[in-house]
Design a protein around this ligand. Sequence first.
Ligand SMILES: Cc1cc2nc3c(=O)[nH]c(=O)nc-3n(C[C@H](O)[C@H](O)[C@H](O)COP(=O)(O)OP(=O)(O)OC[C@H]3O[C@@H](n4cnc5c(N)ncnc54)[C@H](O)[C@@H]3O)c2cc1C
Length: 676
Amino acid sequence: MDSKVPARATHPATATPDVPATSAKPEPPRPPVVSAEPLKSPDPMNSADPMNPADPMNPADTENSADPVDSVDPVNPAESVPARGAAGADEPAPGDVRSRVWWGELSPAHRVAADLDGYLGDPMDEESGPFSYKAIVEAEERDELPAGAVDAVRSWGFPKYLVPAGLGGRLTTLEDLFFVTRGISRRSVTVAVMYGSGLLAVNPVWLWGDGWQRRTVADGVLNGDLACFGVSEADHGSDVMASESEAEVQGDELLLTGTKWPVGNATRGRFVTTYAKTGPRDFSLILVDKQELEPDMWTALPPVRTVGLRGHDLSGVMFVGARVPAERVIGRRGSGLVQTLKTLQITRTAIAALSVGTMDAVVRIGMRYSRERTLYGSDIYKIPVIRDHLVKTHLDLLIAECVAIPVTRSLTVAPGRLSLWSSIVKYFVPVLGEEVVASIGTVLAARGYLREGVAHGVFQKLQRDHAIASIFEGTTHVNLANVAGQLPYLIEPPEETGHEDELLADLFCWTRTPPTWEPDGRMLQLTNEGRDEIGQRFEQISEELLSAANAHAAPGVAAELKDLMSSIGGLRAKVDQGIRASEGDTGSVAALARAKRYCELHAMMSCALTWLHNRHAFGGAFADGQWLVLCLQRLLQRAQPDTILSEEFLPSLEAAMFRVSDERRWFSLLSLAEDE
Ligand SMILES: Cc1cc2nc3c(=O)[nH]c(=O)nc-3n(C[C@H](O)[C@H](O)[C@H](O)COP(=O)(O)OP(=O)(O)OC[C@H]3O[C@@H](n4cnc5c(N)ncnc54)[C@H](O)[C@@H]3O)c2cc1C
């Protein structure tokens, strides 16, 4: 008997079930029935389980609601958490890979996000305030954000996560920001984009700004002011070297003229970080504070009507001889292009949070629907192709976590690698998100097309909102082109430094806290100079993986991993061969296809490294490694569509999916770390 289920082709929406719907259906594991009451969780920093949300927000009482300033100290979170080995701490025995993850050891990002998640409440619950799907969909019908949504997020303290700790905020690591953005995005990508556009605008100030600029912008953002980043111009799009906006130097002033469009927060934003020509081939970033301008020096352009993100302020700004003090140039005059490219490395990475949050939302909606919808006498989860969609989209979400989280950590662990890794994340995770959304759309069928009904009709909104992730801050093509441009250097790696193992542990170990970000633009680089510790250490990682799997993984896992690593090795060799044979071609369709494959290989190694570096701490089904086999098989389907998922490894994954869905918690690899 064949113990494996056939996998579908790469694009889930085109899947054809190999097993007819009427054939014998596998019985999914049935989790215990849980109460529909909102989950209650105490103070997040004392919460034993970061996946467990706290009390849902009471929208009528946002003044008194759980401000993380009071409840969480992300700057020094360890103070609120019992030290390892302290009385009452649930410490695993050393080397006991089966023991439950010791939650207090997770990096602070997990706890901060759990706090926000509890504060915002369960979006499926109509009573949970402005972040309920009901309120979100109703407001969108009016092109608005739900009343009270922005106040609620402010009241929780989200703007503090845009301001570095050294300037009075709470932005200590990009991992923190990623996790809280993911939490907002699983409810409203629109609100997340509003703040994300602001982050793009303020990062150059943190990275290169002078004391006055930093102080002014930090105070403004902490007081609720918005910022926007004006790079795009209608006629030039991605070709930023063709930008026409100009800032002419006149004594100690700049005379700014030009139109930036489309720009998020352009009308509501106080600060406009403006990309403008300051010489024949020179561009600068200029911090424009609208409060300093005479009213006739600038005009906000009309709102742009969009497919998704309705309620977001997408508009533009026209400067007409705006007089700006010359010292508003951020950093050195003429370095605007380099600054823009470096700044994008941070926000491109953070955009993955929009996708992971959206994936969480749609998989949750799909899971619930598949068990409530009855056809032919039982729930549709029992139809093989429906189960296939849900299992694979869940695997995709786990893969996205493995890819995105280490790159968020690299801002302070290995900032010089972000030029490559941020483009890999920005290409790969949004595309994965789009595939997941399309796949769940097929599960919901008609209900996915309605603006009412299942989950208050939020699915179609999530779908429209999420589509922006692969467009702004460098399209999918632009990011693949960035990767393709570095490939010829990556196949000739420089000598190792000897720090590679430690670097990988810092990136992948979820229980290590990344160093605090002290913004300094010099730490970011325009290329990786041929270094990629994730992609280039295939042999060492394979060896380590197989030896750990042989010793500790569940039966059958090591054998599957051996086959998988051999296939992955074959794919790597082919990419390598293609690059060598193409003699410096980095712009053709074939070059972008090689870049795509390189990103997929990066994702495979990221999954392997996530298992290797967390199996001791997490234990449970995580340490068993069956999920790793499934994720690698899932990724391999992109290059080899006939690859099949090991049916015998699915039960533990499905058990976690059902448990987390029933308990209304985040879908995450962490769910596999739990005892059942
Ligand atoms: C909702 C929303 C919010 C936005 N917010 C902002 C903002 O806050 N600030 C801001 O400045 N801009 C913003 N933009 C603009 C956005 O960043 C641009 O739309 C984006 O950079 C792409 O530009 P374009 O649409 O003009 O496409 P174009 O640059 O005209 O590209 C056309 C096509 O060519 C491809 N292409 C371009 N260059 C390459 C290349 N090197 N290699 C391969 N293919 C390539 C593209 O992928 C695309 O398929 C926003 C846009 C939207 C829709």
